[in-house]
Design a protein around this ligand. Sequence first.
Ligand SMILES: [Zn+2]
Length: 118
Amino acid sequence: MHEITIANNLLRQLTKIAQTKQAQLISVNIEIGEFRSIDKECLEFAIDNLKDNYPLLNQCDFKYKIITTLAYCLKNNHLYKPDFVNSFKCNQCDSGIKAIIQGEEFNIANPKFSNVVN
Ligand SMILES: [Zn+2]
């Protein structure tokens, strides 16, 4: 379950940000691209269980957002959604992926801190 490693790395990274702000992190959005092979439920479970080890994060409300995969196909530049079930092939012309437009994200977005005035 590589989500534990990912969770610990994420929590360490967030702790550094909180330390810089000298504040408690109270909420953050975690954006997960579908193409990243990260299981949202596993990650959520890992973070819930690990966050108590991080004093600046243990009050944080973690929110998760899945980013849909979108790509251009090799032959005709069709914009399509590559999927495991169709071997990631274009649904219009059956060619492969030329470029992934979105879906590989793993981002920290919109962190909110306890004692920062916006
Ligand atoms: Zn195509």
